[in-house]
Design a protein around this ligand. Structure first.
Ligand code: GLU
Length: 449
């Protein structure tokens, strides 16, 4: 049985029973419940009024068929999801993930995490997540467009700037958001800019939104290092993944004077001891949509590719897992610790397994959990909604400056909560408790919802 306070065990067992087989969701709930033992000591009323049970149950779950026609004239069918988890603090907010691994359990774990992450930002956004088992890889632009149009033909009736505001996640970037927005506009005959975030700059997107998740994660790591009188300057960094989060994490590490020596994709990883060439990485991943292994040939010399072992075996001072859930296991954490890692910040959602997190914590490694460390993306989505609502558009500098302030506040509230609960430096506890209490208090104020 997990390390959950015995008063919370029946709640956890109920979650297991009612969501059979949804292992990622179980894991996300377990991680939050482990932090809540201390909270129910201070707030016994949360047990009496079933608040925790209610928070673990999504407000609404939508599952739908997405039929579309491929370039060969064949009919394809995918499954679409939107889990509207919690709207106590604002409209449901969270990305859409298009990846063949997507199922209801994955979307539920992401929606659950998103609820607390969004609360942590201090902005008026509830939590939700959606997506499909559609695989955009190797699909033509036309196929991606027809898929997005069919997906939105069902989803639009559940959305709205005051109801539910999706954005991107894995497999959903500016191209997909554009097709989704175009179809929403046709179906509703409304130019409702605030219904989606991550839009192109020409039609209501926010500057710095693309960069925000990666930048924010590095700001968070910088804040953690500062508590020890350290900085990123001169640090060797490994960033897993090579998507939107990873690329802009690399960019910000460079700005802080660090050096990223390795990154990866699902086919393997590259190591470049002189520091990853960011321009080349962007060209390969954002323009050509190629595999990371192509970096080696294009770079010429100094780099190598490996599809054996793990990127976490590459010695580094700072690790930024930015690929996907459960990508960093206990043996990876042990390798990083052996090699002297001092800080880990989760750029992806739940990339470290619970065993890996425990190892980092017991060895005194600064550990920034996703809910806090990668909240800069959704926070900047909320800034996009703010600009849309006021029909305004801010400069890159202004938007990034706001992001930096938000990340510092998130860091400080996690640190203060951890301190107040007698666990200084425990950002997992700090993030879970701060996010939970904000959602819980809003729900309490609204009666039985
Ligand atoms: N998918 C991102 C996340 O995990 C962003 C969501 C959003 O901007 O709404 O937080």
């Amino acid at each position: 049985m997990p390390r959950i306070d015995e008063k919370l065990i029946p709640i956890y067992e109920d979650v297991l029973r009612r969501n059979a087989g949804e292992t990622e969701f179980h894991q996300a709930v377990e991680e939050v419940l482990e932090s809540l033992g201390a909270v129910i000591g201070k707030h016994p009323e949360y047990l009496d009024n079933a608040l925790i049970e209610r928070i673990c149950e999504p407000e609404r779950q939508i599952i739908f068929r997405v039929p579309w026609v491929d370039d060969n004239g064949q009919i394809q069918i995918n499954r679409g999801f939107r889990v509207q988890f919690n709207s106590a603090l604002g409209p449901y907010k969270g990305g859409l993930r298009f990846h063949p691994s997507v199922n209801v359990g994955i979307i539920k774990f992401l929606g659950f995490e998103q609820t607390f992450k969004n609360a942590l930002t201090g902005m008026p956004i509830g939590g939700g997540k959606g997506g499909s088992d559609f695989n955009p890889r190797d699909r033509s632009d036309g196929e991606v467009m027809r898929f997005c149009q069919s997906f939105m033909t069902e989803l639009y009736r559940h959305l709205g700037e005051y109801t539910d505001v999706p954005a991107g996640d894995i497999g959903v970037g500016a191209r997909e958001v554009g097709y989704l927005f175009g179809q929403y506009k046709r179906l509703t005959n409304r130019y409702e800019a605030g219904v989606l975030t991550g839009k192109g700059l020409i039609y209501g997107g926010s500057r710095a939104r693309t960069e925000a998740t990666g930048y924010g994660t590095i700001y968070f790591i910088d804040q953690m290092l500062k508590t020890k009188g350290a900085s990123l300057d001169g640090k060797r960094v490994v960033v897993s993944g090579s998507g939107n989060v990873a690329i802009y994490a690399v960019e910000k590490v460079n700005e802080f004077g660090g050096k990223v020596v390795a990154c990866s994709d699902s086919s393997g990883f590259i190591v470049d001891d002189g520091g990853i060439d960011l321009g080349l990485l962007k060209e390969i991943k954002l323009v050509r949509r190629q595999r990371i292994s192509d970096y080696v040939g294009l770079k010429g010399s100094g780099a190598y590719f490996s599809n054996k072992g793990s990127v976490w075996e590459i010695p580094c001072d700072v690790a930024v897992p930015s690929a996907t859930q459960n990508e960093l296991h206990a043996n990876d954490a042990s390798a990083l610790i052996r090699n002297g890692v001092v800080a880990v910040g989760e750029g992806a959602n739940m990339p470290c397994t619970p065993e890996a997190v425990r190892l980092f914590q017991s060895e005194g490694v600064l550990f920034g959990p996703a809910k806090a460390a990668n909240a800069g993306g959704v926070a900047t989505s909320a800034l996009e909604m703010q600009q849309n609502a006021s029909r305004d558009s801010w400069t890159f500098e202004e938007t990034e400056a706001r992001l930096a302030v938000i990340m510092r506040r998130i860091h400080d509230s996690c640190a203060e909560t951890a301190e107040a609960y007698g666990a200084p430096g425990n950002y997992v506890l700090g993030a879970n408790v701060t996010g939970f209490v904000r959602v819980a208090e809003a729900m309490q104020a609204m009666g039985v919802i």
